[in-house]
Design a protein around this ligand. Structure first.
Ligand code: AMP
Ligand code: MG
Length: 395
């Protein structure tokens, strides 16, 4: 046909170019998992806040070793010794307790011989087994930088640094509409010609994992007025996702309805397989994705375009899909478009090996459910031999 379709990279750049990050709001730390930091978060204390022992043992002056030294006090976590240490003395200490003033080292219990209120210890250099005040981070320093999506270690670092709430990009509101007269809800009886709606469930799951607040719109028949009404209802959202009805058939009504409602189409169709008929447009600040009807196409198009858009809306610094390097486990034919094959990952020695599944058709959601990765096979007319370097995305 000679038509030149956008590449995946070009299409993604067009999507990200239309993203206006959502305003920031205060989020209590307990609700901040998965949210994206809008400003650098700074430590309210030195970390650790005091010189702390890394071992159970005795705090001493290194110059006094091996002793014998008189045990004069104890320092436990949360219960510091009541006195400072002077020459010839030892203070029993536990992990995480304050190293008393006057002591410069901690001799671990394994290197101590105790008798009668005194200890002898093996030679231990100054500073050994002592976690210096501020050794992890200084007060006022950045704990986590803006643009970070918060996981367990981030939340833990913020808590350790005394931060009770953080500024985060607002969670995107996303409306989801599946279109197709043939669709029924799982659990309902199926008449001849009908199928269960998989896309609504796929998208809701992906959206939650991307930090979105989801509204499912009522399933919509292939009827122009109904399609228009549903899309109109969803245009309040930050992002509107439709599935189905974006191909070239007479029942593909989504793009026409969007045009009537003032959605500016940015692109339609991308050189990819599956997912080629994807449409993307904007109305005001609302991003409008017309995802293809086949469930695997919807799932793949979400990962390539919608998830990055959602992350960018929340302020993620690097929202593009995180493709990683691996090698093909078996020979794989190229096609005229970049294809994203469903595959299973295995580790062989030092290599990450990707085995494309046998059932690669875009309606095969059940086959896809056995995959853990998408392998990007660049367009071409040859066959990539086993061992070829490829890039993959974890599902
Ligand atoms: P369409 O793009 O509307 O022509 O849909 C392409 C294919 O995907 C058709 O076989 C549809 O029946 C199927 N399909 C569309 N929407 C869904 C859905 N929500 N769940 C499962 N399959 C769907
Ligand atoms: Mg349809």
């Amino acid at each position: 046909m000679g038509e030149t379709l956008l590449s995946i990279g070009e299409a993604l750049a067009l999507v990200l170019g239309r993203v206006q990050p959502l305003p920031a709001e205060d989020v209590p730390l307990a609700q901040a998992a998965g949210r994206v930091l809008a400003e650098d978060a700074r430590a309210t204390v030195d970390l650790p806040p005091f010189p702390a022992s890394a071992m159970d043992g005795y705090a001493v002056r290194s110059a006094d070793l091996p002793g014998p030294l008189t045990i004069v006090d104890r320092s436990a976590a949360g219960r510091p010794a009541s006195r400072t240490l002077t020459g010839g003395e030892a203070i029993e200490i536990s992990t995480g307790a304050v190293v008393p003033d006057g002591a410069d080292t901690v001799v671990p219990i394994e290197h101590i011989r105790e008798s009668d209120g005194t200890v002898e210890g093996d030679p231990t250099a100054a500073g050994q087994n002592v976690r210096p005040r501020g050794g992890d981070l200084m007060e006022g320093a950045t704990v986590i930088t803006a643009g970070t999506r918060l996981g367990a270690a981030h939340i833990g670092a913020l808590a350790a640094a005394g931060i009770a709430s953080v500024r985060c990009g607002r969670a995107p509101r996303v409306a989801v509409a599946v279109t197709g007269t043939e669709l029924r809800a799982p659990g309902d009886p199926l008449a001849r010609g009908e199928i269960y709606d998989a896309n609504g469930s796929i998208l809701e799951t992906q959206l939650r994992s991307a930090g979105a607040v989801v509204e499912r719109l009522p399933p919509t028949e292939d009827d122009a007025a109904a399609t228009r009404a549903t899309i109109e209802r969803g245009l309040y959202a930050d992002v509107l996702l439709t599935t189905g009805g974006v191909s070239v058939g007479v029942h593909d009504l989504v793009r026409a309805a969007e045009a009537e409602l003032g959605v500016e189409e940015i692109f339609w169709r991308v050189s990819m397989r599956p997912g080629k008929p994807i449409a993307f447009g904007v109305r005001g600040a609302t991003l409008v994705f017309g995802l293809p009807g086949n469930p695997v196409s919807t799932l793949v198009a979400f990962e390539l375009f919608v998830r990055p858009a959602l992350l960018a809306l929340q302020g993620v610094a690097a929202p593009a899909p995180p493709f990683l390097p691996g090698v093909l486990g078996r020979p794989t034919r190229q096609v005229e478009r970049d294809s994203l094959l469903r595959a299973r990952l295995r580790v062989d020695g030092d290599a990450v090996v990707l085995d494309p599944l046998v059932g690669q058709e875009s309606h095969m959601i059940a086959q896809t459910a056995t995959a853990d990765t998408l392998v990007l096979i660049p367009s071409g007319s040859g066959e990539l031999p086993a061992g070829s370097a490829v890039r993959y995305l974890t599902l």
